[in-house]
Design a protein around this ligand. Sequence first.
Ligand code: SF4
Length: 502
Amino acid sequence: MPGEKGPQDACGVFGVWAPGEEVAKLAYFGLYALQHRGQESAGIATSNGEQILVYKDMGLVSQVFDETALGALQGHLAVGHCRYSTTGGVTWENAQPTLGATHNGTVALGHNGNLTNSADLVNLVAERYGAQRRGELARGNTTDTALVTALLAGDADHTLEATALEVLPKLRGAFSLVFMDERTLYAARDPQGVRPLVLGRLERGWVVASETPALDIVGASFVREVEPGELIAIDEQGLRSTRFAPIDRAGCVFEYVYLARPDTSINGRSVHAARVEMGRVLANEHPVEADLVMPVPESGTPAAVGYAQASGIPFGQGLTKNAYVGRTFIQPSDTLRQLGIRLKLNPLRDVIRGKRLVVVDDSIVRGNTQRALIRMLREAGAAEVHVRISSPPVKWPCYYGIDFASRAELIANGLGPAEIGSSLGADSLGYISESGMIAATEQSESQLCTACFTGDYPITLPPEHQLGKGLLEQAELPLGSPEDGLHSLSVGAGGGTALDHP
Ligand code: SF4
């Protein structure tokens, strides 16, 4: 439905260290490949060894950058970010990379994930730096990322690397970080490895990115994952790896279900292959007599292929997706809004008419989209509509970087599958089992987070009042007065920000 969002991811990150390459363009195309992870804002920071320059703005990667902006971003290392917000509002101030002054220079940082101990970190920032707000916090940034950036300021006798090794063990929750100072690129991942982060090799440098397709698009070869609890540093001396915490793996199972690109591989498992297998399992767990298996495009397609393979029912496309309408910031008029789902999906009537359909989708959050879809398929002449979902019912919120909806809005909170099916207007509804979904990922259950399905949160959560997207917008937080602690700041046309080396 227009305005109704499915599960929203929490950012894509990209970093590159490559002397002699146009690093801003590599970062641009890397972010382009990660656009599905965050569409609210985008930014790139580059360094020429002396000075860091960052350019960021609201919108898609292709809307934020043009040749002129990229041409201004010179240097041999870069970090880039595309954002979907999970802590802090959708504002220019909250766009990334964030910038902070350190004792020896500057740090620019991009973050995928969501921290769960932001309230503790606020106190830590206040303890360390007193009443004076620093840097991003002084400029109105209300994200967990700004807190990390402030903590990375460090002491006079500490390098950024040494400060990071002190700060990273204090963070709780999900964080795949890329950051840099004037000379060194860093990448770090939380001990659970909730969100993906991979390392790639260029002929003349290194790349880190949220997902493997961002390596492919810039011609980097996959080396390995950044390990959970690992800090990597890359500069002219090569690559250094330091462990800041033991591995306690709890990767997000929803990355396999929906969030990651199908051409991504996570912890050795192809996401596409996992989704096809989920469809096969679904067919075995919830068989039905039907004439056609059709996906809700695009995310339901691999599971629909698997369902068709295992059931022997022919696969077909019954819906055409308008791929671009969901990627506009223009709100539809009231007349258009009443057309509902037709803004995004249109039925192929001659394929659907008179058929008993199996409609395969990846997840149901609120159910409004599926209800409208089923109505549309019936109007187009479907004889029966059987809905099959390649993830179990979503019953719990995510605090590690995915924005589903509040618990009260989740349709599976309080309703069983049969009730949900009739509320949607489906002839039948079947969800894959938890064990079937987990088996399809080829990961061991103890190494996955499944909290949004099971309520078992692998990283301890603070009290409810210390969670939530607006946490850092509360006025009573001990963050001191809003005065800029940065050395020199200028805001350029188009929202670019330059921070001069102190
Ligand atoms: S709660 Fe769900 S979406 Fe969030 S990290 Fe865990 S599995 Fe992923």
